[in-house]
Design a protein around this ligand. Structure first.
Ligand SMILES: *[C@@H]1O[C@H](CO)[C@@H](O)[C@H](O)[C@H]1NC(C)=O
Ligand SMILES: *[C@@H]1O[C@H](CO)[C@@H](O)[C@H](O)[C@H]1NC(C)=O
Length: 292
């Protein structure tokens, strides 16, 4: 009995060490061949019209979310998480946010997390590097050294063994001063950028066209799908919290993912949602990755 317990204990340890983002099967799979269902505007948490999420970033990570998108702005020299402007919504400093992500990485050694930062104010790479260093998270960040083709991405297991468990993309880096801030549009295509009025408010998510960068094709690139719904109030589009359960249901997300897969012959790499705590985000992620 005692030796059986010992063996079970060893097996458990072995299994734990061979698990990547919760699934053994993902250890040998290339990062570029994995679907991540992530949170759009992950830092804007609350019940106001400017919010996109109900739960904190720490809770999103606990839920199993491994792809976080966040908007950065320059607030008097501080890199701040603000919604369009810091007067509209100020969710605190990027440093405070990164400290939360680091806390998660520190205590979850078999997990890889991706950040997609937007840089609407053109903040310099060195300023971002300063924030990553102040948060103590820079040593986790993955630097490929060059632009990777789809087939060149490491597996999750390789990222975990190397201790480089944070992948950082930025939509518009101001420069290439920081080796771990990866230019989103050399490797990812945004599809579709939900700024066109009729696509944001159409609950059927009828399209998966590539619109950023303009004229680009998904061929040879990872691609991102925006799956969040707005509603119009007094002529302004705001996140549709009331529809979250429907928008984030497996049937709604999978319908758009299948539409995309039909066009591009492989599943989306990233699907981002508002109100990710509602609905079937992680179940859909598992289904698209063929894991249970
Ligand atoms: C509305 O959607 C249609 C079909 O997806 C598209 O062709 C058209 O360009 C869109 N209009 C706007 C204003 O985005
Ligand atoms: C991963 O590869 C499999 C097999 O080719 C494919 O069916 C799936 O769509 C790919 N997923 C992604 C995200 O590339």
């Amino acid at each position: 009995m005692r030796s059986l317990i010992t063996i079970l204990g060893l097996l458990t340890q072995f299994t734990t060490a061979a698990t990547c983002n919760g699934h053994d099967e993902l250890c040998d799979r290339q990062y570029s061949n994995i679907t991540f269902v992530g949170s759009h505007n992950s830092a804007f948490v609350g019940y106001l019209p400017v919010d996109n999420q109900f739960t904190s970033v720490a809770d999103q990570l606990s839920q199993g979310v491994r792809f976080l998108q966040a908007q950065t702005h320059d607030k008097d020299g501080t890199v701040e998480l603000c919604h369009t402007s810091c007067l509209e919504e100020d969710a605190g400093s990027l440093e405070g946010y990164l400290v939360m992500v680091k806390t998660f990485l520190d205590s979850n050694a078999d997990e890889v997390v991706t950040l997609l930062l937007t840089n609407g104010d053109g903040i310099a790479g060195a300023d971002f590097a300063g924030v990553f260093e102040a948060a103590g998270i820079d040593s986790y960040a993955y630097s490929p050294g060059s632009n990777l083709a789809l087939a060149e991405w490491p597996t999750l297991g390789e990222l975990i063994s190397a201790g480089t468990r944070l992948v950082v993309f930025m939509d518009y880096p101001a420069d290439d001063a920081v080796s771990y801030i990866l230019d989103e549009f050399t490797s990812v295509v945004n599809s579709p950028l939900i700024s066109s009025h009729n696509s944001t408010t159409d609950a059927s998510f009828p399209q998966c066209s590539i619109d950023r960068p303009s004229g680009a094709s998904a061929s040879g690139r990872m691609y991102l799908v925006n799956h969040y719904l707005d509603t119009e109030i007094f002529g302004i589009d705001i996140p549709n919290a009331a529809a979250a359960a429907t928008t984030n249901s497996a049937s709604s997300i999978l319908a758009q993912a299948n539409l995309c897969a039909g066009l591009y012959r492989r599943n989306p790499n990233f699907i981002i949602l508002d109100w990710i705590s509602v609905g079937d985000a992680i179940a859909v992620q598992n289904e698209l990755n063929g894991v249970s």
